[in-house]
Design a protein around this ligand. Structure first.
Ligand SMILES: Cc1cc2nc3c(=O)[nH]c(=O)nc-3n(C[C@H](O)[C@H](O)[C@H](O)COP(=O)(O)OP(=O)(O)OC[C@H]3O[C@@H](n4cnc5c(N)ncnc54)[C@H](O)[C@@H]3O)c2cc1C
Length: 222
């Protein structure tokens, strides 16, 4: 039987925790995987409407930050091919997650639609209440959305949205060992989660993780 000589696991932290391979079960690696960094949950909510009602707000801006549980609200624009479709990203937050979690659990009306979950009436009512306050528009003037979709980065299959480092770990050491997990196997982890150079949050950390694995393939980062 042919076997791969080198394997790259370019997957997120949560999936590494769930994978059944002995290299990932080594006590030190397990500790790094589950304790060196912590998943941070986040959530997004999108509504589509027949018209962009929010643009008639007296305080309209295409990007609003509020101290409501919606936190960040973006005008996602109007479709050029179908002007009767406008999208509002009503919420983007990494706080108030238990609040949304409860509504997510009670609210979804359909099978998950790709990664996103189509949302129900209660979710819409709660979000509209906050949107009315943010845009200073009476809630009864907000039309019914034609679609509502939301996602919570918290549980299976993705885990948290990104990771933060926990106290008590030597970052470069974790980073080195998480790049090549085992002395004997050429299995490499290429993930933003354990990158010590870009604080493990963002895409640049994922790119730096790639650069750390490159020398094992005889490649030099530029
Ligand atoms: C809501 C949110 C907002 C963000 N905002 C920003 C931002 O503004 N700027 C920024 O730079 N970064 C942002 N990030 C972080 C950015 O998305 C990540 O840093 C980046 O995607 C990490 O890249 P990656 O290739 O390591 O992992 P990912 O992009 O997570 O890719 C991992 C892949 O592995 C796949 N996978 C998982 N498990 C398995 C399995 N068992 N088998 C096969 N495949 C599997 C997944 O489907 C996924 O395609 C954000 C992330 C989230 C969730």
């Amino acid at each position: 039987m042919e076997c791969a000589k080198k394997v790259i696991l370019a997957t997120n932290r949560f999936s590494l925790e769930k994978q059944d391979w002995e290299g990932l079960q080594q006590p030190r690696i397990r500790e790094y995987l589950t304790k060196a960094v912590k998943d941070i949950p986040a959530a997004k909510l999108y509504f589509s409407y027949d018209y962009p009602w929010w643009r008639s707000s007296p305080v309209y801006s295409d990007y609003m930050i509020s101290d409501s549980p919606l936190r960040q609200t973006y005008d996602f624009g109007t479709s050029k091919s179908n002007p009767q479709k406008s999208v509002l990203q009503a919420m983007y937050t990494d706080s108030d997650i238990p609040y949304w979690d409860e509504l997510f659990t009670r609210g979804y009306v359909n099978e998950p639609h790709g990664h996103f979950v189509l949302m129900g009436k209660e979710f819409e009512q709660v979000a509209h209440k906050y949107l009315a306050e943010i845009y200073k528009i009476p809630v009864e003037n907000i039309p019914q959305p034609t679609k509502a979709a939301a996602y919570l980065w918290e549980n299976y299959p993705y885990g948290g949205a990104w990771q933060i480092w926990m106290p008590g770990f030597i970052w470069p050491s974790v980073e080195r060992q998480m790049t090549k997990l085992s002395v004997n196997d050429d299995v490499f982890v290429v993930s933003n989660a354990f990158n010590a150079r870009s604080f493990s949050y963002w895409s640049n950390a994922a790119l730096q993780a790639v650069e750390l694995a490159m020398p094992y393939f005889g490649l030099k980062p530029k």
